[in-house]
Structure formats: structure tokens, C-alpha cells
Ligand binder design. Structure first.
Ligand code: GLC
Length: 467
């Protein structure tokens, strides 16, 4: 079938989204944990990056093939930006050195502050979708953090007295604000130093994080006991990714296990989802696979995180193959491999242009339901990219009439061919080795106003709207 016909078929499927959005309103309670912070967002132009390099006397030779993954010096921030800019990739580097934070505050500045952290971003989005009650874990909640929460009556966190309260009105004045720098850059932007050209192949972002609380997985015990005494439908977890093994990261992960188990014991019907996120420390990544993944009913990840997980799950060859060719057929193989390794009932990938889920009979919702969840996620997340933020209910469906992308339709078609399942291209679902595969070509926005938090939005909405 040609791509225009396929596009028409898919555009009709997108017409189901308003109904899914109605169903979402029946969900009673969702909790998000653990990481909430404030993001200071800065769009950097090639020329400003060049100025930073020159002003800080960074030698041209150190810009070749940067392998660093965390910051030890203020100038490492610049290396991180260059690394992501020239490869068009997304990375997050962390530091425990406050002088690096101070350097960023003085030398980078920012365009705006917004909600940060998977937990915080997901809480805002799900509350906007009118789920009855959304509870976010915050280990720091001063007024600056509260201001990043949407002013919604269904959005809660724990206040200074340990009680549940409207998140945007809490002011735990003794807490320190946790600000992460999000440095975004645009595809096609470039700069030239001494005749050497640096061009950005894909719009993306670099995150520089100084955050003593989230980096130590500090958990609010009032939140823990609140969840122990409340019926929860979905628990969406993240925040293990910035931990460092040499800073007790493995112990911190192990310590979270009994908490999660207790919450699950109190809520046997609850679906627990892990948003994998960019995890630089290999030992931490392994510990997430070993201790956290087995407790989950669902997990979400992007192309990069898929490669990262393969690298700690004896899947190096597959990882290299995907590094060379980041295609849906190769990523499908990876997902299949990881699903078995992690033994997780539902695993969802969001790649550029396509969302792909593998699930088995243990997951309580069907492949068709999941497909509708992914369609909903594609609309809401592309509306966010288009609009720059989601602040009002009307914002979530701004792209409802935009057709799915050719890139996504192409990836879907080649996946259907590889699996020898022609029905997958038109229906978006098929069975494979006793599992349910669902895939959706997504809506791509030409000039996205924002990209940060996109994966969090996609994963959480696919999950909760898959019904
Ligand atoms: C990471 C960052 C946070 C950002 C989030 C977006 O958690 O630390 O600042 O908001 O990713 O996904």
C-alpha cells in the first residue's frame, strides 16, 4: 500500500483520541515518584556556544570525540553541550560540585523556568488530563518548586506538616530549590572555529544537573506513609538514573525496593511503571535492571536508553547494530531481547516517529487498548512540542488533525515487512511469539518549541490512556 493511503488509515485511527481522553477521567489516583525539580531552560545558538568555547580557552583538540559523561569542572558543561550538539543527542551529566552550579548561574543564564524531573512533569500532565487525583513526590518543595506545578485542584504533594495539600500552594520554606540546566539546540545550527565546522544534525538537549537531593534519592517519609494508606491505580517511578555507584547509588536503589514492594502489597491492582531515563553510571544501570525492573509491570524507554540497557544486559552486538542503524526493525529485536531479559509484562519504546510496545498476557490491558493509549500520547506530546508547554485542557489536542509523519509510516512499514506481518502496517497490532505487538506512527512537529520531558509525557500517557 502506498504511503498516502496508509496515512489516511492512520489519520482515521487518531479520531479515537477524544474518546480515550474521556476514559482517562475515570482513573481515580495516580502517584509519581521520585524526582521532581525545577528546569532552567536555555536555547543556545551555535555562535553563543562558540563564544563560550573561546572565552573559556577550550582547546579545539578537546572537542573531538568527547567521551566524558559527568562534570568535574565548570568547563565540562561546555564539553557536554558540544558533545550533544555535534551528535544531535540527548545526555544528562551530573555533578556534586556547587561551584559548577554557580558557574552556570553566572555564565549561562536561562530563558525560562519550568517543571522538571520525570515525576514532576508526568504529575502536571496527568493532572491536566483530569485524572481524579495525582500525587507527586517532592523531596524539596519551596515556593519556586510549587510555582512549577499547574494550578489544578486534583494535583497534590506533601506539605510542611506532612499532610497532602494542593501542590502549587505548598511552600516548604526550609527546602532548597533544585535547579537543572536544560540546554537546547536546533538542527542545522552551526559554528566554525579555525576553519573547523561544527553542525548540529538533530534538535536535542543537554542537561547539566547539580541536585544534592535527587542525586541521593532522598525520599519523603510522609509521602511513603501516605501511599501506604491510599488506593493507587498507577504508580509511575523514575529518578534512579542520576545516581552514582561511588556515591552509594546501589544501596539507595536497594533501599527503595522494600518501599515499592510495600506499596504494591497494599495496592494489589496497581500498575507500576518505570521510566528508564538516561542513566550514565553503568553499575547503577545494572542495579536498576537487577533490583527495580523485576518489580515493574511496565517500563518506557527511548532509542538511546535501549542501547544503554543492551550494553549492561549482554547485548553489545545488538547495541552496536542499533548505533549504526537506528531503525524500527533493529529496535524491535532489542525490545524483544530486553523484554525477556527484564521479564517485564509490558515494554514500550518511543523512537523518532514511532512508538512500539511489546506486552504479554500478564499485562491487564489488551494490545488494542494499548494502541489507543499510544495514539493519545502522540497527540498530547506533539501538542506539547508544537505549543512549547501544556497549560490548559485545550492545549492537549492542538495537533489532533495533523497527519502522522512519513518517517513513522516508513518505519512501521519496514517493521511489518521484517516480521512478515502485513497487518501491522494497517492495524498497528499483531501477535509475535505469543506476545502482543502494537505500534503507532506518531505526529511530528516541524519546529518543536520544546523537547525536554517529551519521553516522560509519551510513556505516561500511553500507559494511562491505554484502556
Ligand atoms: C531529567 C532531568 C530533569 C528533566 C527530565 C526531563 O530527570 O534531570 O531536569 O526535567 O530529565 O525528562
Amino acid at each position: 500500500m502506498d504511503i498516502e493511503n496508509l496515512k489516511n488509515i492512520w489519520q482515521k485511527k487518531y479520531a479515537d483520541v477524544p474518546l480515550q481522553l474521556q476514559k482517562v477521567k475515570n482513573i481515580k489516583t495516580v502517584a509519581t515518584a521520585f524526582n521532581t525539580n525545577v528546569d532552567a531552560v536555555l536555547k543556545i545558538k551555535g555562535e553563543s556556544l562558540k563564544k563560550l568555547i573561546l572565552d573559556n580557552n577550550i582547546p579545539l583538540s578537546s572537542l573531538d570525540n568527547i567521551t566524558l559523561t559527568e562534570m568535574h569542572l565548570p568547563t565540562d558543561v561546555i564539553l557536554g553541550i558540544v558533545k550533544c550538539f555535534v551528535r544531535g543527542i540527548a545526555e544528562e551529566w551530573v555533578t556534586e560540585d556547587k561551584s559548577i552550579y554557580d558557574w552556570m548561574a553566572q555564565n549561562l543564564g536561562y530563558d525560562r523556568l519550568q517543571m522538571g524531573g520525570q515525576g514532576g512533569i508526568i504529575a502536571n500532565t496527568l493532572a491536566l488530563l483530569k485524572i481524579n487525583k495525582v500525587i507527586a513526590h517532592t523531596n524539596s518543595h519551596p515556593a519556586l518548586q510549587a510555582e512549577q506545578f499547574l494550578d489544578l485542584d486534583n494535583l497534590f504533594a506533601i506539605d510542611e506538616n506532612g499532610e497532602l495539600a494542593k501542590a502549587c500552594e505548598i511552600s516548604r520554606d526550609n527546602d532548597i530549590p533544585l535547579i537543572h540546566w536544560i540546554i537546547e539546540f536546533d538542527k542545522g545550527d552551526s559554528f566554525n572555529i579555525d576553519g573547523k565546522e561544527f553542525t548540529c544534525p538533530k534538535s536535542n538537549r543537554f542537561i547539566a544537573t547539580y541536585d544534592p537531593l535527587n542525586l541521593n534519592l532522598v525520599i519523603d517519609r510522609n509521602f511513603v506513609s501516605y501511599l501506604n494508606n491510599t488506593q493507587i491505580d498507577y504508580l509511575i517511578l523514575s529518578g534512579f538514573h542520576p545516581l552514582l555507584a561511588r556515591k552509594n547509588g546501589i544501596e539507595l536503589i536497594k533501599n527503595a525496593v522494600p518501599l515499592i514492594k510495600q506499596w504494591q502489597k497494599n495496592n494489589p491492582q496497581m500498575i507500576t511503571h518505570l521510566e528508564v531515563a538516561s542513566t550514565q553510571d553503568l553499575a547503577v544501570r545494572k542495579a536498576i535492571v537487577e533490583y527495580i525492573a523485576p518489580l515493574m509491570q511496565s517500563a518506557g524507554l527511548n532509542e538511546r536508553e535501549t542501547i544503554d540497557l543492551l550494553n549492561v544486559c549482554d547485548g553489545k552486538d545488538l547495541a552496536q547494530k542499533i548505533e549504526r542503524e537506528t531503525t524500527a526493525p533493529n529496535l524491535f529485536d532489542a525490545l524483544l531481547y530486553l523484554k525477556q531479559k527484564l521479564d517485564i509484562p509490558r515494554l514500550q519504546l518511543h523512537m523518532f516517529g514511532l512508538y512500539l510496545t511489546l506486552q504479554d498476557a500478564r499485562f491487564p490491558f489488551s494490545g488494542v487498548e494499548n494502541l489507543r493509549g499510544m495514539l493519545t500520547a502522540a497527540v498530547v506530546s506533539s501538542s506539547k512540542a508544537y505549543n512549547g508547554a501544556l497549560e490548559k485542557y485545550q492545549d492537549i489536542t492542538l495537533t489532533l488533525d495533523v497527519p502522522p509523519s512519513d518517517i513513522g509510516l516508513g518505519e512501521l512499514t519496514s517493521l511489518a515487512q521484517k516480521l512478515n506481518k502485513p497487518e501491522l502496517a494497517e492495524n498497528g497490532i499483531c501477535e509475535f511469539n505469543g506476545m502482543f505487538v502494537s505500534a503507532v506512527p506518531t505526529i511530528l512537529v516541524d519546529k518543536p518549541k520544546t523537547l525536554v520531558g517529551m519521553g516522560d509525557t509519551i510513556s505516561s500517557i500511553s500507559l494511562i490512556a491505554g484502556r
